[in-house]
Design a protein around this ligand. Structure first.
Ligand SMILES: NC(=O)C1=CN([C@@H]2O[C@H](COP(=O)(O)OP(=O)(O)OC[C@H]3O[C@@H](n4cnc5c(N)ncnc54)[C@H](O)[C@@H]3O)[C@@H](O)[C@H]2O)C=CC1
Ligand SMILES: O=C(O)C(=O)COP(=O)(O)O
Length: 570
């Protein structure tokens, strides 16, 4: 990541005279009033993408909501641009990496509109249960439909929530107030907060689908949440179930949703967001808006007077601060490492971020576990043990642990806050025991259940120059570079295993970049021997040249002597 020179960048902007701010969407005037004494603020609604590109070169700040696409072209054209502010939560309409590499700070308002989004979800929940949209529409057409529009009660029903973050948790509390039973799926859910709110945590989506009466998703739109619910998932639901979406279009596959409603796999839907907004009439999204079993709203989740005041004040305060040379409170892309520490810490930041990613993908994502509710310990050995500022290393671990499930852009300013939000507890230990390890620098990541310290999981790694290595994974000693796509195959260490695995991959045209067999560490060998077991478990680590599908993974799982297969991308 290219570090952003916050104060220099801002100083550059101010030095050129009275800075100019462009606002191409409707933003509440409350925040704008703070900017007007200091800057020239131009509100230009309804700009085309071409107009935006042609006018952006004259501006130092850009404030948007969800409609404006802040593409790489816009950012490249914005030669004077210092800050892009999102008056809301989701930054999926902004090319954040492109902004980062041009030194443009992106800020948002992480919680200004979450209450509004949660209330809108409840509005759709009740509207779908009681046919409010259809009833109102037919009455306005002169109808008086009563017998056709018999609804269901929500009290005592089960609500499934996918994504128990800020919006999801507010929805849970409101639903409890309506007398609903709430079950949630979120690998980062904070178990204490869930318990206090009376929410039951389930370990995966498929587990809750057959039991819920309503399903609502409150995750960001990420590669891992795109098409989270498709045909297969809809078919597992009750025919009487209703689904809600106030997150982002695409978390339910839109074509599958139309089919599920047409075929009667589910009973209804309340939808606020679409893959393309406004939806094209002949697209699946367009069919959803017109469907008689759907209550649809035009992305109104955040559209309340109060929420718009909040987000406007939140982001305008930050724009003011940045253009005067200060630091923002909710920077989406502030650096993890400050420029002066870059050279020394960069390899370890990368190593620890990879260890976090490996942890989530190896121990959590594919095994249905939780990250929240675990205590993590980062133990620094060798030269690293003498390092006093390990804040970037801590932030790197938080970033790695949340990367597969969150669009939170972790940096040194917000790392502790994000860790707290996700219920991740991290302690750091500087180990000074002499001769304890063979590397100049070694980092141990140890995780265990917060309550009783059980279920210990270990990852160890070191950096040699710019090269990174993992030296231990769980009970296995290894030496591999954590990079690209990898398969971890836990098996009985018997002859012929390598050939069998090579055949499965070869028959699907997959090239093996490297292969390594890691063996049990001495303690585990001893434990196996004491338990009179075979004691010959091994972990095969395969670097492959591309992602593989479920069919290949199944083929590997069926190979003889294979105990477990995990796909990881680092
Ligand atoms: N319709 C609207 O107007 C609005 C929509 N939103 C959208 O709502 C979404 C959620 O916002 P917040 O609650 O503030 O975000 P958040 O970051 O506080 O919560 C998201 C939660 O989703 C969880 N998650 C991620 N991937 C998951 C997966 N595969 N399975 C289960 N859980 C997963 C995360 O661990 C996190 O706890 C965002 O996409 C945001 O853009 C937010 C405000 C208004
Ligand atoms: O804050 C968010 O993520 C939203 O989806 C709200 O979008 P909006 O600002 O109303 O265009």
């Amino acid at each position: 990541m290219t570090p952003i020179a916050t104060s220099n960048g801002a100083a550059r902007g101010v030095a050129e005279g009275r800075p100019r701010i462009l606002i191409p969407e409707k933003v509440s005037p409350d925040g704008m009033a703070m900017l007007e004494p200091h800057f020239d603020v131009d509100v230009k609604l309804g700009m085309t993408p071409e107009e935006l590109i042609s006018q952006i070169p004259g501006y130092h700040g850009l404030i948007v909501r969800s409609e404006t696409k802040v593409t790489e072209e816009v950012l490249l054209a914005g030669k004077k641009l210092r800050v892009v502010a999102r008056a809301g939560v989701g930054v999926d309409n902004i090319n954040v990496p492109a902004a980062t590499s041009r030194g443009i700070i992106v800020v948002n308002s992480p919680s200004g509109n979450i209450l509004a989004a949660a209330e809108h979800t409840i509005a759709l929940l009740l509207a779908t249960a009681r046919h409010i949209g259809r009833a109102d529409g037919s009455l306005k057409q002169g109808g008086w439909e009563r017998s056709k529009l018999v609804g269901i009660e929500v009290g005592r029903k089960i609500l499934g929530i996918v994504g128990l973050g800020k919006v999801g948790m507010n929805v849970a509390r409101m639903a409890k107030g309506l007398g609903m039973q709430v079950i949630a799926v979120d690998p980062y859910a904070n178990p204490d907060m869930a318990r206090q709110a009376g929410v039951d945590l389930a370990s995966n989506l498929k587990e809750i689908l057959p039991v819920v009466d309503f399903l609502t998703i409150h995750t960001p739109l990420l590669a891992t949440t795109l098409d989270l619910v498709g045909e297969e998932e809809f078919k597992l639901m009750k025919k009487t179930a209703r689904v809600l979406n106030v997150a982002r279009g695409g978390v339910y596959n839109e074509a599958a949703l139309v089919k599920a409603l047409d075929e009667g796999w589910i009973a209804g839907a309340g939808i606020d967001v679409f893959t393309s907004e406004p939806p094209k009439p002949d697209s699946a999204a367009g069919q959803i808006t017109k469907h008689p079993k759907v209550v649809a709203t035009p992305h109104l989740g955040a559209s309340t007077v109060e929420a718009q005041e909040n987000v406007s004040i939140d982001v305008c305060t930050q724009v003011l601060e940045i253009l005067r040379g200060g630091l923002p409170t909710s920077a989406v892309n502030a650096p993890i490492i400050l420029p002066e520490e870059y050279r020394k810490l960069q390899p370890f930041v990368q190593l620890i971020e990879k260890m976090g990613r490996l942890y989530t993908q190896h121990f959590v994502r594919t095994k249905g576990g939780l990250v929240g509710g675990r205590n993590f310990e980062l133990i620094y050995h060798g030269d690293l043990a003498g390092m006093s500022n390990t804040k970037p290393l801590y932030a790197a671990l938080v970033k790695g642990l949340v990367a597969s499930f969150s669009d939170s852009h972790v940096n040194i300013v917000n790392a502790a806050l994000i860790a707290k939000e996700k219920g991740i507890k991290i302690s750091e230990t500087h180990s000074h025991q002499p001769g304890e390890q063979t590397y100049a620098n070694l980092v141990t990541l140890r995780a265990a259940h917060a309550e009783d310290g059980s279920g210990e999981q270990i990852i160890e790694g070191y950096a040699s120059g710019k090269r990174l290595y993992i030296s231990k994974l769980d009970r296995f000693n290894a030496t591999f570079t954590p990079e690209g796509t990898m398969i971890f195959l836990h098996n009985y260490d018997e002859p012929g295993k390598i050939g069998g695995v090579g055949m499965v991959l070869g028959s699907h045209g997959i090239n093996i970049r490297f292969m390594q067999v890691a063996s049990l560490d001495e303690d585990s060998k001893q434990a196996e021997a004491d338990a009179m077991r075979k004691g010959n478990e091994a972990l095969m680590i395969l670097g492959i040249d591309r992602l593989v599908d479920e069919e290949v993974m199944e083929g590997l799982r069926r190979s003889e002597g294979v105990l477990d297969v995990v796909l990881v991308q680092l």
